[in-house]
Design a binder for this molecule. Sequence first.
Ligand code: SF4
Length: 533
Amino acid sequence: MNDHWPATMSEHTKTDGLPDVMPLALSEPVVLDKSRPRSERMASDKIECNACPVLCQISPGKTGACDRYANASGVLVRVDPVVLLRRTLEQDDAALVPFAARSDDSAAQAQANPLVAQNEVFVTGIGSSTTYPDYKPAPFIVASQRDGVDMVTVVTEGIFSYCSFKVKIDTDRWLGPEQANVRCKGEVVGHVSTAEYGSQMLSLGGVHHLTGGSKKEGRITCEMMLALGNKEAVELTIDGGSQITIQSGKAPIVNGVEEQRMRVGCGSATIGIFAKQFFGQADEVVVVDDHITGVLTQHQAGRCLDMRPSGIQIRGRKSTPGRYFQVANPGTGWGGTDIADPLSIIEGWDADVAWPGLKLLMVSTTGEHAAWYVLDEQLTPQPAAMPAAMQSVVERIGENCEPSLTTVLFLGGAGGSLRAGVTDNPVQLTRRIKQAMVNVTCGGAPAYVWPGGGITVMVDVMRMPDHSFGTVPTPAIVAPIEFSMRLDDYRALGGHMDRVRRLEDVLAGGGYKLIDAIAPNPWPLQGAAGSAS
Ligand code: SF4
């Protein structure tokens, strides 16, 4: 490992007057910059924070506008501890290292902690602080080893003006028309996107709402995004649609009703899945769905089972055999339609084909709605008690529905100036990421990097530690981001080698918060360089 160290690293050359081990929290102030304050008239006991373009002038004992930095006795400090992930989940000593702990205590703890020796600790961007303007090296550039390979992780809290949240809401209930405005506290903060399979999608936040509208719109958008990212509940209204409450990892609440089930499939798929179980129990089955309503005897599944045609005539637009579009308007009733009476989608019966005594099941795509009918002599469906065997098939539909959840994905553009904190030649970072030589994580959670230009990352906020996100009043979202790679690759892409610090030196700085890595996440260094795991 040591063969690869830059000569300056072991010496911690103080080329810029900064301490060799950058302190991490209140107990160890972060000196961000020594530049001259922008305002000459600033009171002498105030200090100017230069961690973002707002340039707050902070009085002693106070925090800046984002509550992330404070003036502690004339020294600018980052209020929160940097969050470290510990790989071994079984150990039970994950605890907040007290802010008051001096570096000696933390160093002793680090040395006593075998995880440190095994490099089972990962420094995340949460609480790591931001560098501004961007040409400065990232706050932490941490060297470690992984299975004998020298690695480096560049860690920062990025300020994202270009970012949004993509929200997947598992429900058939109609939330609103596509492209409709989504509002929070009356302000437009996003829009309804395309409906997906069993889910309604929202696109929330984004640069246009953050910066392109009124000040209030930008502020409310930023607050809403912060809450969503930090796994808190958000109330929204959709123009021409529903009022919803959404929270990552929880069931959505639509018009005051908590959603229970995600549908088993569209109406056609439900027919296909359960056709054999319907067969012999009913003469006709209609699965009511806002998108594709299925009719068993006309559907290919019914034909394959050699079912007798029933003569049923369904409203809406026939697509292919046994599949109907637009049988009703969208809504919060049966199968995401606006109907409360399922018979309303039946136009009639072909008297030459249908017969008195025909047994009809009407059911929704979640099995939450179901009704049993028998045709009388006039071929009019009459409600009847559902046979137990058919009832158990309806229950089977419900059993196959997954719980309805809200999923929140953060989408951020890291292909801008943030890269200068990693390398003097930013395009090299972009290229190495595309070549899968650099693993990108957000708070240790795996980030999907979109193909094409730039570094557009997407991450499930449930896989990130709690309270990973912050804001600055520009307005913009603050999110952790880490770039992990082989040390050799970092050198080759023009990295800030003189700022690389050993993991043990970072730990010796103290003031960190050590938490267990989130179980389903791969260890962040596993994906780096592909072979270091
Ligand atoms: S908003 Fe926060 S980061 Fe920006 S200057 Fe003020 S205190 Fe510093």
